[in-house]
Design a protein around this ligand. Structure first.
Ligand SMILES: Nc1ncnc2c1ncn2[C@@H]1O[C@H](COP(=O)(O)OP(=O)(O)OP(=O)(O)O)[C@@H](O)[C@H]1O
Ligand SMILES: [Mg+2]
Length: 254
């Protein structure tokens, strides 16, 4: 079983000619087959964690380690991370003009599987995955994220997730801006990959409503650049009722 292990991760970013430490010692272990939710106030560093794991050049790792299956993720290029089995769905997905969804998916699958998927089976695979996500077939010919609505972008991410079958998937606010039907469709997609037992999921979210569809094994509270509390699914309900005040008002020296 593959394990993503984050140990004492420190990350800085350059802003206004100053170096700002955003992540201040993140510790987290996600195993294949497990589902973890990260919740926390705006600006606490959740997306920074996702970007740092993705290898975004803006974020400088100043301390700590990240390993997948014992392999040093921080030493890997962005491509190597994907090939090793890391999948990251960003809070604000970028447009890729001139590249169709269909080509994008096939190129990604080729990079990850080490060989191009056979065209006939691939077309069928994509078509079926799109049907499961209630996506119109014409979508495959559109340019990646270009003019996609918020909900379409998120469905496209889940389409990638289902087709690329990573070992660990990090989903940054995949639920934000979804209507109730889309939320259900997206959640079902996440649950399908989960049921394979082969994908570990790290779900960054502000809303407990997605956790009604996707039951996390663990919930983590993120505050001030690190995880300050972890618990079971019931922790999400507590956060919904009580907010983050207890974690942001000094007393968070966990
Ligand atoms: N590239 C950057 N340049 C400057 N500041 C940044 C950069 N990336 C992150 N930050 C700062 O780091 C802090 C954490 O941001 P981050 O986006 O990680 O928070 P978040 O927990 O994802 O918040 P939200 O819940 O609003 O999505 C913020 O103060 C943000 O302004
Ligand atoms: Mg964020």
């Amino acid at each position: 079983m593959a394990t993503l292990e984050i140990r004492d991760l420190h990350v800085t970013v350059e802003a206004d000619n100053a170096t700002k430490e955003i992540l201040k010692g993140v510790d987290l272990t996600v195993k294949q087959g497990e589902t973890h939710a990260i919740m926390g106030p705006n600006g606490s560093g959740k997306s920074t964690l996702a970007y740092s794991l993705a290898g975004h050049p803006k974020y400088t790792i100043t301390g700590g380690t990240v390993t997948l299956d014992g392999e040093d993720v921080l030493e890997m290029s962005v491509d190597e991370r994907a090939r090793a089995g890391l999948f990251l769905a960003m809070q604000y997905p970028v447009e890729v003009p001139g590249v169709s969804v269909s080509n994008f998916l096939r190129t990604s699958a080729t990079a990850i599987r080490g060989e191009a998927p056979k065209l006939r089976t691939w077309v069928k695979e994509v078509k079926e995955a799109m049907e499961r996500l209630n996506m119109d077939p014409s979508f495959a010919e559109r340019n990646v994220n270009e003019g996609f609505s918020g909900g379409e972008k998120k469905r496209h991410e889940i389409l990638q997730l289902e087709l690329l079958k990573p070992k660990v998937a990090i989903l940054d606010e995949t639920d934000s801006g979804l209507d109730v039907d889309a939320l259900r469709v997206v959640s079902e997609g996440v649950n399908r990959v989960r049921e394979t037992g082969e994908v570990g999921t790290l779900l960054i979210t502000h809303y407990t409503r997605i956790l009604r569809y996707i039951k996390p094994d663990q919930v983590h509270v993120f505050s001030g650049g690190r995880i300050v509390e972890s618990g079971g699914a019931e922790l999400a309900d507590k956060l919904e009722n009580e907010g983050y005040e207890a974690y942001t008002k000094g007393g968070a020296s966990a």
